[in-house]
Design a protein around this ligand. Structure first.
Ligand code: GDP
Length: 448
């Protein structure tokens, strides 16, 4: 998997590792080479552009972690970008939460591996999830396809709906639903008919079957080896069928990975499984971190940088705590707090973590305390000089006017920010002395 892409990226990183310093030009060159590597791997152009823009932003904006080599930090940035491109850290679970029989609809072009994958999924659900699974082939035009599913069913000891000649796909669907209900199956997998190309008849039939069977999961099976064609197919299907996810087959033979890397960004759909071989158990749950790790092949470095970043956060938190304990809280500290709030998903995110804050949340919203306000406050603080941030009391009228112009704010806003900061600084001072009183003060302030 991903051998060609892995090799190209390794070359890029070989050229920068070992260097003590990296200039902005070095990082630029490396990212340009990553761009070429991704395009050669047949990743969709808009996806590549987005990726590079983000990576560049991070590479220039990211705080330098002194204990980490610059090249390693670049590798980590590329890794993070790949994970994001692939759909984020947490795999999207396969949904079985519906009253049985849970219907799983399998769609895709002929030859994509749909029938084999239906059986792979059935095996997985019956073995690891201990579900009672029934499979039914709706491919009325190709009797061989029906028999193929029956044979696979026997092989993995999963029931298949008995074949009745001459029934339409809709009739088979109704029969399958009824059998599944009557015989107490947990899951019904419907293997729809495939064609060699996306056509209207295929789409209409799949849409009708979906409306009859109300699937919990509607999965498109696509061949990863077909690259951007697979992406186009997925888009076409998704326009007619409310897909819930994708399964990409033949990942085992896919050296480039263009389809796998583009799918999520282009279609918005999560890849749920990868087909990783001809054997019937060769189906892997899709995990963006694992895939990104395979593509980069730099697992040790990624782990190292992650650890260093954690240590840095820890050190910063400790430094802040020491400062607060001394009763100090300047505008830089406020800026740090604002940044942290943003990283934790904004105020709403933080408030969500605190118990019993429903009322407070409402009050804050009424007072106009929202994430946009955090950004404005950040803009104001960043328009100040270092001396002003450390000693807000030197801010006279002319300084305030200058800052207001720089931040696109008005002086009243700056005064509000300063007042809020003063109250917080007082509270911090009180906390460092007496504890309880300061906390009460803090809580009052937040309540407006
Ligand atoms: P369908 O026409 O879409 O139902 O395709 P089939 O299920 O009949 O699969 C076509 C061929 O692809 C078969 O020979 C399968 O063994 C093979 N195949 C399916 N999935 C994979 C996979 O993940 N890896 C590999 N190497 N072969 C696969």
């Amino acid at each position: 998997m991903f051998e060609a892409l892995n090799e190209r990226l390794s070359d890029v990183f070989d050229r920068i590792t070992g260097r003590g310093v990296l200039t902005e030009a070095d990082v630029d060159t490396a990212l340009r080479e990553v761009r070429v590597a991704l395009l050669e791997a047949d990743v969709a152009l808009p996806v590549v552009k987005d990726f590079i823009a983000h990576a560049r932003e991070r590479a220039t904006g990211e705080e330098v972690i002194r204990s980490v080599k610059p090249a390693d930090q670049v590798i980590k940035i590329v890794y993070d970008g790949l994970v994001e491109m692939l759909g984020g850290e947490e795999p999207v679970p396969f949904n079985l939460n519906a009253s049985p029989p849970v219907v799983v609809l399998m769609a895709g072009l002929q030859g994509s591996g749909k029938t084999t994958t239906s059986a792979k999924l059935a095996l997985r659900l019956s073995k690891t999830e201990r579900k009672k699974v029934l499979m039914a082939s709706l491919d009325t035009r190709r009797p061989a396809a029906m028999e193929q599913l029956a044979t696979l069913g026997q092989q993995i000891e999963v029931a298949t709906l008995p074949i009745v000649q001459g029934q339409s796909a809709v009739e088979i669907t109704r029969r399958a639903l009824q059998s599944a209900k009557l015989q107490g199956f947990d899951v019904l997998i419907l293997d729809t008919a495939g064609r060699t190309t996306v056509d209207e008849a295929l789409m209409a039939e799949a849409a009708e079957i979906a409306s009859i069977s109300r699937p919990t999961e509607t999965l498109l099976v696509a061949d990863s080896l077909t690259g951007q064609d697979a992406v186009r197919t997925a888009k076409a299907f998704h326009e007619r069928l409310p897909l819930t996810g994708l399964i990409l087959t033949r990942a085992d033979g896919d050296g480039r990975g263009g389809a796998i890397l583009s799918m999520r960004s282009v279609t918005g759909l999560p890849v749920k499984f990868l087909g990783s071989g001809e054997k019937i158990d060769a189906l892997d749950v899709f995990d963006a971190r694992r895939v990104a790790g395979r593509i980069l092949g730099q697992g040790d470095i990624v782990a190292l940088v992650e650890k260093a970043a954690e240590e840095l956060d820890q050190a910063k938190a400790e430094k802040m705590a020491r400062k607060l304990a001394r009763g100090k809280f300047d505008l830089d500290d406020l800026a740090g707090q604002l940044e942290q709030m943003k990283r934790m998903g904004g105020l709403q995110g933080i408030m969500g973590l605190l118990p019993g804050v429903g009322k407070l949340k409402g009050q804050m919203a009424a007072a106009g305390v929202d994430d946009r306000m955090i950004s404005r406050q950040q803009a104001i603080i960043s328009s100040m000089t270092k001396a002003e941030r450390a000693k807000p009391e030197i801010l006279n009228a002319s300084r305030k006017r200058r800052i207001a112009a720089g931040a696109g704010a008005d002086v009243a806003e700056i005064n509000r920010l300063l007042k809020q900061h003063r109250q917080m600084a007082d509270a911090v001072k009180a906390m460092s002395k007496g504890g309880g009183k300061g906390f009460a003060q803090m809580a009052r302030m937040m309540g407006g």
